[in-house]
Design a protein around this ligand. Structure first.
Ligand code: BDR
Ligand code: CA
Length: 306
C-alpha cells in the first residue's frame, strides 16, 4: 500500500478523488490539507470534513492550510462546483480540524513517512509551495509529488491558456514546477477523464453515499440528475490523478515546463517546451495520454469498496 496525503479544495472532483483514496485497498490516506481554490478556505475545509463524515472516515486528519494565493486575490469556481463549492446532500461534520497548519502538516508527514509517502496536490498549489519553502528537501524526501493542474499541450479552462489550479496561484505553481520534480496530470489527460452517464444515473438512485457521489460526478444536485439524467458528464480531473497513483493510467513524457506569472492574457499558462532544445533541463513529468477504459473500470471498482 502507498501512503497518500491529498492537498485539496473540494470541489466536486476533489470529493470523488477523496472517495477513491479512502476506498482503494492499496492506498492509505494519511491526511488531507485544505486550501482556498474552488471556494474559500472555510468552505473547502468544511466540505472536506463533510466528505469524510459521509464516507464514515472521520479518523482521517484534516489540516487547514492557506486561505489565499501568495500574491493574488482568490478566484473561485463556485459557478462550476455549486454554492459553497460542492453539490449533493452533505452531512454536518462532527469532526474538527487538527491544530497543525496544513503547510506544517505536509512537512511533518513527509518527515514521518519519507519515501513511503506520495503527495497529491489537487487544488491550487499554494500549500505545497509553502511547504517546500519550509522544507526545501521535501521533493527528495517523499516518493512522488503528483499534481492536478496545468495544460501542457491543450488549452486552458479558465482562460484560453490557463488551467484553474495554476491560474489561481501562478507564483506558487511556478515554484512547484521549478523545484518539485512533479508528475503533472493536466487538462491534456483530465479533460478526457469522465465516466459513463449510466454510472452517474445509477449512483443517483442507490442511496447514501452513492446518491451524493452522483452529484459530485455530475456537478449537479442529485434530484436534477434523477429528473433530467446526464448527457455529457463533466471531467473528474482530481479523481483521475488519484487513480493514476494506484493504477498508472497516465502515460508521461518529461519536458521543461514554465508557468506564466504575468498579469496579461497568458496568466497561469503552463508553457511546455517540446522542442528538445539543447540546454533546457526537463523538470516535469507531463501526462500526455490516459487509458480511459482503465480509468473508468478502476474508479468504479474502487468506489464499490465504500
Ligand atoms: C481543477 O480545477 C478545479 O475546479 C478542479 O477541482 C480541479 O482541481 C481543474 O481545472
Ligand atoms: Ca481541485
Amino acid at each position: 500500500t502507498k501512503k497518500l496525503l491529498i492537498d485539496t479544495d473540494p470541489g466536486c472532483d476533489d470529493a470523488v478523488a477523496i472517495a477513491a483514496a479512502v476506498a482503494h485497498a492499496d492506498l492509505e490516506l494519511v491526511g488531507l490539507s485544505t486550501v482556498a481554490g474552488n471556494t474559500t478556505l472555510e468552505n473547502t475545509t468544511r466540505n472536506t470534513l463533510a466528505i469524510l463524515e459521509l464516507l464514515d472516515r472521520t479518523e482521517v486528519p484534516v489540516a487547514r492550510g492557506c486561505d489565499r494565493p501568495f500574491c493574488r486575490d482568490l478566484v473561485h469556481a463556485e459557478e462550476v462546483h455549486g454554492p459553497g463549492g460542492i453539490r449533493g446532500d452533505m452531512p454536518e461534520p462532527t469532526a474538527e480540524v487538527i491544530d497543525d497548519h496544513g503547510v506544517s502538516f505536509i512537512v511533518e508527514q513527509a518527515r514521518a513517512h519519507g519515501d513511503d509517502l506520495t503527495i497529491a496536490a489537487v487544488g491550487p498549489w499554494t500549500n505545497l509551495a509553502a511547504a517546500m519553502h519550509l522544507e526545501p528537501d521535501l521533493p527528495d524526501m517523499v516518493a512522488d509529488i503528483y499534481l492536478m493542474g496545468g495544460a501542457a499541450m491543450t488549452g486552458g479552462n479558465v482562460t484560453p491558456e490557463a488551467e484553474f489550479n495554476v491560474y489561481v496561484d501562478p507564483e506558487a505553481a511556478s515554484h512547484v514546477v521549478q523545484y518539485a520534480r512533479p508528475k503533472m496530470g493536466g487538462l491534456d489527460v483530465t479533460n478526457r477523464s469522465k465516466v459513463a452517464p449510466e454510472l452517474i444515473e445509477d449512483y443517483a438512485r442507490r442511496g447514501v453515499p452513492f446518491e451524493t457521489i452522483a452529484a459530485w460526478f455530475g456537478y449537479e444536485d442529485t434530484d436534477a440528475i434523477r429528473e433530467r439524467g446526464i448527457d455529457d458528464p463533466p471531467s473528474v480531473h482530481d479523481a483521475a490523478v488519484v487513480i493514476d497513483i494506484v493504477d498508472d493510467i497516465f502515460e508521461y513524457e518529461t519536458y521543461p515546463v514554465e508557468v506564466n506569472t504575468g498579469h496579461g492574457p497568458s496568466r497561469g499558462a503552463t508553457i511546455c517546451d517540446t522542442r528538445g532544445a539543447p540546454g533546457e533541463e526537463p523538470n516535469v513529468d507531463v501526462a500526455v495520454d490516459v487509458d480511459l477504459e482503465r480509468f473508468q473500470t478502476t474508479l468504479a471498482e474502487t468506489l464499490e469498496n465504500l
